[in-house]
Design a protein around this ligand. Sequence first.
Ligand SMILES: *Cc1c(COP(=O)(O)O)cnc(C)c1O
Length: 450
Amino acid sequence: MEKILFRSTNRQSKTVSFEEALLRGQAPDYGLYMPVKTPVFSQKKIKEFSKMPYYEVAFEVLKPFVYGEISDTEMFELCRQSYNFPVPVEKLDQNIYILYLDRGPTASFKDFAARLMARMMNHFASKKNINLIVLVATSGDTGGAVADAFFNMANIKVIVLFPLEEVTDRQRKQMTTLGKNVKAIAVKGTFDDCQALVKRAFNDTSFSEKNLTSANSINIGRLLPQSVYYFKALAEIGADSIVFSVPSGNFGNLMGGVFAREMGVPIKKFVVAVNENDEFPRFLETGVYKPVVPSKKCPSNAMNVGHPSNLARLIDLYGGWLTDERDENGNVIRKGVLKIKPDMQKLRNDFISFSISNEETDRMIRYIYEKYKILIEPHGAVSIAAALKSNLTNCICCLETAHPAKFPEKIREILNLEPQIPENISKLDSKQEDFIIIDNNYFELKEIIL
Ligand SMILES: *Cc1c(COP(=O)(O)O)cnc(C)c1O
């Protein structure tokens, strides 16, 4: 085997090792890291994954990417600790399957990425005998998954910023009831304010000794683990080829699938399922890319993204170049500029995309419950609605990315019933919360970090 290096989509920075890509998050030229090459698995090997536990598949798929950086024994152990929950795939009807990615500790598919990334970061930090500070801003789901994933890691402290008034009680509790190495900060402001504070901290040279790092969705360490369930689902379903319908926001989940296809999973097509933020289906249709600003508020709230951060990776893989225009200080002047057009014909061949309205989403939740007695939530509903709209007769696997209990108001409104709460979530209700409230003021944050 040979070590895999990582290059930037902006092509101005040097290629780096996995460790460096993981700890940097973003390349110095503001690009996103891509593996220079990907390993390819034989169809026979992929079929064998059906007999292995999930964590072993994760180990097999991911070890080439960390070769020479994390030993096999250590990587195996990190995968085993990360994936200690079920990943069921069930047949819904004829050619339609549902893959449930909502059984992790925070009942969101973000657990898949966050849990392994946290352990890999901790691995490198403890090997170098340094302490890392992970700083994240969140509008909801990510904060909980990240906080939970990093909880109790010996060499890492986590600071999560969230907008005081914009998260649900449960989302807040997922961040504020852990304690120990997880510090939760409520900002009297919006999610954008939180992000701006975090960004300023990363540019502040007074933290250069502090090993500040991010855990956002562009980190390659979060992306690669999301390839594994595509292998596992195909192997379990046992089809010769497959279509995945991916409920998409920042396109991290989708890129995980695209890498899986590069690695040999026989994926015929992706259905890119989006809510009313329809920049991608419009781009496929017209070839003109225009972010939706401001993004639209839909019930599938983790997908309220008007300019997907991982789209630059997809465009890169199809020969194009999507980047932000910046001034000489690195401040973004214009987001999402298509400098080089990708191969549109190839894109249209490999992807089909539908924007699902809020009304269609509600209708799908009701339809699936009435017809199959299966309860789904808004993100999964967008995925299934798009799959049905595609009219494809192939075997289609739809991803359910969150647990319905995270959306009790919606389920009550549509079906007039109370979703059963998984134990991980219900035990939050009785736990003690601990968090600091700050104004939207950088110096308050700075003091806490120092
Ligand atoms: C984050 C998230 C998504 C969107 O995933 P992307 O990788 O951002 O496309 C979908 N569903 C849920 C529940 C999420 O938390």
